[in-house]
Ligand binder design. Structure first.
Ligand SMILES: Cc1ncc(COP(=O)(O)O)c(C=O)c1O
Length: 464
């Protein structure tokens, strides 16, 4: 055991130390990776240390540098030292964080970590919470509670009678929603047709008049799902206007804040979220902007009764605690990782001030990077950051839309091929753009300068 763990430690620290010099993107192709790992199922076993070495050395070229400070693709985040180290211990301890009885310490730490998250994000202290695998399952958990509550109001017991024959529920949301919301809706048996898009402005924000009109046209139970930062441009719906309209109509209000909920930890960016505290449920990710390792989503729910009714579980061999928090009452899983321990560690390591400084720093870097790219010949800002997300593109002089799209993708690929930084693309308003997402505690001024130099180099080469 010790030899295998020591080798794993050496491989892990070598990988983390490579960020300054190694390529940010992966270097192996799909063919290379198949060739590296394909072998018949072994008939006999092997030495654990050798297994670790085999996997670690062959995996390395196929690793994406998502925790690298110059990784700006998707919204992946890094891992702080205390969060990563305690995540290793969580694996070594191998606790089943299902119940207090199965792992007393996992239950207690999770209870405290949940309280800290609500405190950090200025959400109601009395709300209940769940630590899930990601925001996808946090949506599902929160919307299961919403389903329970809105159908209870309509005189229907969904836990007992299911969704067949239930009063139809309408889910109002903007077309700017994340795909995970729609999938949660499908998981819960509402069906895609239950989703109704409400008009947004040019900045992707839901319009109060459009919501009023949509509410007026809707009969029966309603759930309104709002964005606290969409992943393309970080659009925040105007909560202070929208939430009261929805509440007056008896709707449940749900907030997707996969990363944007963390704006509430910053005095500078909290105003973007004003009014959101009046909602009924909020979801976010620890593995994005809190920089704990995958996988860690968080659901916070005002109606604790609805939450518990949607998730609780009893079985003859489950030994419930009568004083401590049994996670099984609040989560969609049974056996589960003690994923709140790295959350407790990250919050202990950074403190409220450290989280705020990280949020502000990421937003500052996003602004500098976007403006720096926008100032280069051959580049253009599509959407400046309101938070930590922005869009740029690389049009050709007199290029058609299609040529500009292709050139933007090709330039992004060329930037990624330098190994100096890594970006991902998107389609915004029908056109291709390169996304900039800054969510890593480690990203520094030097990383931003180095990235800008790499992009300038690519554009200069293209110019010749
Ligand atoms: C706005 C938004 N909501 C939800 C999700 C889904 O989160 P997860 O991948 O943790 O399930 C994401 C992921 O990128 C996101 O950006």
């Amino acid at each position: 055991m010790e030899d295998a763990l020591n080798r794993a430690h050496a491989h892990a620290t070598d990988w983390l130390a490579s960020f300054a010099t190694g390529p940010v993107g992966h270097t192996a192709s799909e063919t290379d990776l198949r060739a590296a790992f394909t072998k018949p199922l072994p008939e006999t076993g092997a030495n654990a240390g050798q297994v670790v070495d085999f996997i670690a050395t062959r995996a390395r070229p196929g690793l994406m540098g998502s925790p690298n400070p110059r990784f700006f693709a998707w919204v992946n985040g890094g891992a702080t030292p205390a969060a990563l180290a305690t995540d290793w211990m969580v694996s070594a301890w191998d606790q089943n964080a299902a119940l207090y009885a199965v792992s007393p310490v996992a239950s207690i730490i999770e209870e405290i970590a949940g309280g800290w998250i609500k405190d950090l994000l200025h959400l109601p202290a009395e709300a209940s919470f769940a630590f899930t695998t990601g925001c996808q399952m946090a949506h599902m958990t929160a919307l299961a509670a919403a389903r329970h509550a809105v159908l209870r109001e309509a005189g229907w017991d969904v836990e007992q009678d299911g969704t067949f024959g239930a009063p139809p529920v309408t889910i109002l949301t903007s077309s700017n929603r994340h795909g995970s919301l729609e999938r949660a809706i499908r998981y819960l048996g509402f069906g895609r047709r239950a989703l109704k898009s409400v008009e947004t402005d040019t900045q992707g924000r839901m319009q109060p008049d459009a919501l009023k009109a949509a509410l007026a046209q809707t009969d029966g139970p309603v759930i309104l799902a709002l964005n606290a930062a969409d992943l393309n441009i970080g659009a925040f719906d105007p909560f202070a206007e929208l939430v009261p309209l929805a509440k007056a109509a008896g709707a449940w209000v749900h907030i997707d804040g996969a990363f944007g909920l963390f704006a509430r930890a910053s005095k500078t960016y909290r105003p973007l979220t004003d009014g959101m505290e009046q909602a009924d449920s909020w979801v976010t990710d620890g593995h994005k902007w809190l920089n704990v390792p995958f996988d860690c989503g968080i659901a916070i729910i005002r109606d604790t009764k609805a939450h518990r009714a949607a998730m609780t579980l009893a079985a003859d061999y489950v030994a419930p605690s009568h004083t401590a928090r049994d996670q099984i009452d609040w989560n969609p899983e049974w056996s589960r990782r003690a994923r709140a321990i790295p959350v407790y560690a990250a919050l202990s390591e950074m403190g409220r001030e450290g989280v705020e400084a990280m949020i502000d720093r990421c937003c500052k870097h996003c602004r500098t990077l976007t403006e720096g790219i926008g100032a280069l010949d051959g580049a253009e800002i599509v959407s400046p950051p309101t938070l930590n997300q922005a869009l740029v593109r690389f049009p050709l002089p007199q290029g058609t839309d299609e040529e500009n799209d292709a050139h933007t993708s090709a330039t992004m690929d060329a930037i990624n091929a330098t190994g100096e930084a890594y970006f991902s693309g998107t389609i915004w308003k029908g056109r291709t753009a390169m996304r900039i997402s800054v969510v890593n505690w480690q990203t520094s001024d030097a990383d931003i300068s180095r990235t800008l130099a790499a992009i300038a180099g690519v554009l200069e080469r293209e110019d010749k």
